[in-house]
Design a protein. Structure first.
Length: 318
């Protein structure tokens, strides 16, 4: 988190405008090409500012649906199988049957990449809602269409500054709930739990929020997965109270392949505050170092294991 001052000089008054800038694992470099991207919405492609969906869509009325997002390199959707595995698993968990099978959806994804003539530095979000409803109501019995499909491809390259500066995490009172309340493992459109945690963290001066589970253990962040390092061993939660993490699993696999001890376990905040390093993972930012948690500071230098893991992970993207 940092501030920028913009000075406007008029005669005879000098005006100061304070711009608040929040660092995030989702910081990206602006790209003018995004103004002309073609977005898929239910069978048709629309230029960005023309892409719309009905106010009676389940995504608008209730946040009823699921999504996934990933990166495009050399025209390929990275880890597409893993993303489709998670997407179709989540669809099943919310009793939503998609009218497209995996191959058909995959073809649609690659058609969207081709139509946009995209190759690299692209981030794509795939959104599935339960479809149009005849009236604003929760019951699936008022759904009157096939599920809605939205595919948004953007030129979106991570801001390299986040890897140099790292993220400031703060713990928040908003927790990850129980599986039989609103299952936190589902990557649903209903992100209010994470949004509230995110806002709470920003109010406390953090870049992202570190959330507890129902038992007081560290669970995850509001938009990324959490790891810490102690004595060159890597630790992360058991994953019960968080979205199935694709980048998270890749890091676990990388540790095992390179004979780095990695543990999936329950742990308290006190253990994290004694760590040597910490980092977060996500499909967009990959591996992002943490510079502090609450008042605890972590030293960032090129010899950190975090940066080695980042390097190994990035080789998977080629």
């Amino acid at each position: 988190m940092y501030f920028k001052y913009t000075v406007f000089i008029t005669r005879p008054i000098i005006l100061f405008k304070l711009i608040f800038v929040m660092v995030s694992s989702h910081d990206y470099q602006e790209d003018k090409r995004n103004k002309k991207i073609k977005i898929y919405v239910n069978g048709k492609y629309y230029i960005r500012d023309k892409a719309k969906i009905s106010v009676f869509d389940s995504s608008v009325l209730l946040g009823d649906g699921v999504w996934t997002s990933g990166r495009i390199f050399n025209g390929n959707f990275i880890f597409l199988k893993d993303h489709l595995d998670r997407l179709y698993k989540d669809l099943k968990l919310i009793s939503l049957k998609l009218h497209l099978n995996r191959k058909e959806l995959s073809n649609l994804i690659y058609k969207t990449i081709k139509i946009n003539k995209m190759k690299n530095d692209v981030h794509m979000r795939i959104i599935i809602s339960r479809g149009l409803r005849s009236t604003p109501y929760q019951s699936e019995k008022v759904v009157v269409s096939n599920p809605s499909i939205i595919i948004i491809p953007e030129y979106k390259k991570p801001n390299v500054e986040i890897y140099k500066k790292g993220l400031r995490l703060v713990t928040v009172s908003t927790i990850r709930g129980n599986l039989n309340a609103q299952n936190p493992q589902i990557n649903s459109l209903s992100k209010l739990n994470c949004i509230i945690a995110c806002i709470e963290g920003h109010k406390k001066g953090g870049d992202e929020s570190l959330m507890f589970d129902i038992n007081g253990n560290i669970a995850t962040n509001n938009s990324t997965h959490f790891f810490y390092i102690k004595n060159n061993s890597v630790y992360t939660s058991k994953g019960k109270y968080q979205v199935t993490g694709i980048t998270r699993q890749k890091i676990i696999d990388i540790c095992k392949k390179n004979k780095i001890k990695v543990f999936q376990k329950n742990f308290k905040l006190a253990e994290v505050l004694k760590a040597d390093e910490a980092f977060v993972t996500g499909s967009f930012g990959g591996v992002v170092p943490v510079n502090s948690i609450n008042k605890k500071k972590y030293k960032l230098n090129k010899n950190n294991l975090t940066y080695q893991l980042k390097s190994w992970y990035e080789k998977l993207l080629k």
